[in-house]
Design a protein around this ligand. Structure first.
Ligand code: DSN
Length: 439
């Protein structure tokens, strides 16, 4: 980065600062990962200079012979890896990818049905204020009493509402998704089934989570979570999708451009191609299996410390903790953990009495720390540190009324910054991190 250092030392320093931060903490945000150097090199390549509205061999601008090759390569790798006949690699990220699907399938105010955000659904699955709720009619299913998918209730709701699109695949659901059951419900009511596998795409291609390819009509995914690529997304149409509607690829392309986007980010496409090559290796299979082993070990250790895990554990890469039995709130715990060198996010839990900005829970995941090579032994240490850090904020109850909340938060933030226990955990975390290099 010699040029950057010379041209813009300020940005150079900030990048160095962020590199140091990422190196010295446990990145446990369930949707984050460390992309490889090869992925980063492709992302920082000359493809960033190109405009290529349209699709390979059907572009609006000249000079796209090489851009065509890179998009075809990424597409073919994705088709092979996921086993689907059609892939579009142009969506800029997960939320636009989902919106593109809605634009291709639905008319204004048509019904789409997804898991409520309050139970782990994504905001684009009909969440309040999102485009999916403002332009379409969201119908929400919830989890059952055991905080697992309740297929009987989902079927009842689908029969009653007859949505045009049913969405499965979630943002904070720690259990296996039974795509077959979703398909039988969607087929019964004649709905399209979309599987949003943004969180679990890497686990699926590695065979450690069942695949939706035989069951969904359309699949969307991001490329930067368990798939470990650059920030980006893809939309796939399965054989079943083509059978239901042979025009789906055309509809999706029209929804990409001019529907939703302009030029694709060819540098992102190049980096996706690299990530897909990496994801097809035996090493990636091993990595993904370890993500799940680590999450399961971490879950069982946290349970020993009497943490209340939503659904009682995990089958995938993430864990959702309801902190109410610990008398802590999500915002306070997330900040305390960050000061202890453990970076995760506050997250709503089923039947949460606090709004999404504060929450009664935290969500954590193992993809990034597994990329660094951490295994079960390290999970034991991490669970202990999480317990110690949360102990420091036990008794931090969020005031009921909004006004007092900001005052409480200001005071809490000032107080927690100088907490000695958290600082000492952060030192231990840093020492552990030094043994596990980032790519
Ligand atoms: N922000 C992503 C997540 O953390 O789950 C989803 O958009």
């Amino acid at each position: 980065m010699a040029d950057l250092k010379k041209v813009d030392p300020q940005v150079f320093e900030l990048i160095k600062e962020e590199e140091k931060r990422q190196r010295e903490v446990l990145e446990m945000i369930a949707s984050e990962n460390y992309a490889s150097k090869a992925v980063m090199e492709a992302l920082g390549s000359v493809f960033t200079n190109k405009y290529s509205e349209g699709f390979p061999k059907k572009r609006y601008y000249q000079g796209n012979a090489v851009a065509d090759k890179i998009e075809i390569l990424a597409t073919e790798r994705a088709q092979k890896l996921f086993g689907v006949p059609y892939v579009n690699v142009q969506p800029l990220s997960g939320s636009p990818a989902n919106s593109i699907v809605y634009l291709s399938l639905l008319e204004y105010k048509d019904k789409l049905m997804g898991l409520s955000r309050d139970f782990g659904g994504h905001i684009t699955h009909g969440g309040p204020l999102s485009l999916s709720a403002r332009f379409f009619t969201p119908i929400h299913y919830e989890l059952g009493k055991d905080n697992m998918l309740d297929f009987e209730a989902i079927e009842k709701l689908a029969i009653k509402e007859k949505p045009k699109l049913i969405i499965c695949g979630f943002t904070a659901y720690p259990r296996i998704i039974d795509f077959k059951k979703f398909a039988s419900i969607a087929d019964k009511v004649g709905a399209y089934l979309m599987a949003d596998i943004a969180h679990i795409a890497g686990l699926i291609v590695a065979g450690v989570h069942p695949s939706p390819i035989l069951y969904a009509h359309i699949i969307t995914t991001t490329t930067h979570k368990t798939l470990r690529g650059p920030r980006g997304a893809m939309i796939m149409v399965t054989k079943k999708g083509l059978k239901k509607d042979p025009d789906l690829p055309k509809k999706i392309e029209t929804a990409v451009i001019p529907g939703m986007q302009g030029g694709p980010h060819d540098n992102q496409t190049a980096a996706i191609a690299v990530a897909l090559k990496e994801a097809a290796t035996p090493a990636f299979k091993k990595y993904s299996a370890q993500i799940v082993k680590n999450a399961k070990k971490l879950a069982s250790e946290l349970i020993k410390f009497k943490f209340n895990l939503v659904s009682g554990g995990t089958d995938n890469h993430l864990i959702l903790i309801d902190l109410r039995n610990k008398k802590a709130n999500g915002a306070a715990a997330a900040l305390a953990l960050e000061l202890a060198g453990i970076v995760l996010n506050k997250n709503g839990v089923p039947f949460d009495s606090l709004p999404p900005y504060w929450t009664s829970g935290i969500r954590l995941g193992t993809p990034a720390i597994t990329t660094r090579g951490m295994k079960e032994k390290e999970m034991v240490k991490i669970a202990k540190w999480i317990n110690e850090a949360v102990d420091e904020v036990s008794g931090e109850e969020m005031p009921e009324d909004k006004e007092s909340r900001s005052a409480y938060w200001k005071e809490f933030r000032n107080k927690i910054k100088s907490n000695k226990k958290l600082a000492s955990i952060a030192k231990e975390v840093k020492a552990l991190c030094a043994k596990f290099p980032v790519p």
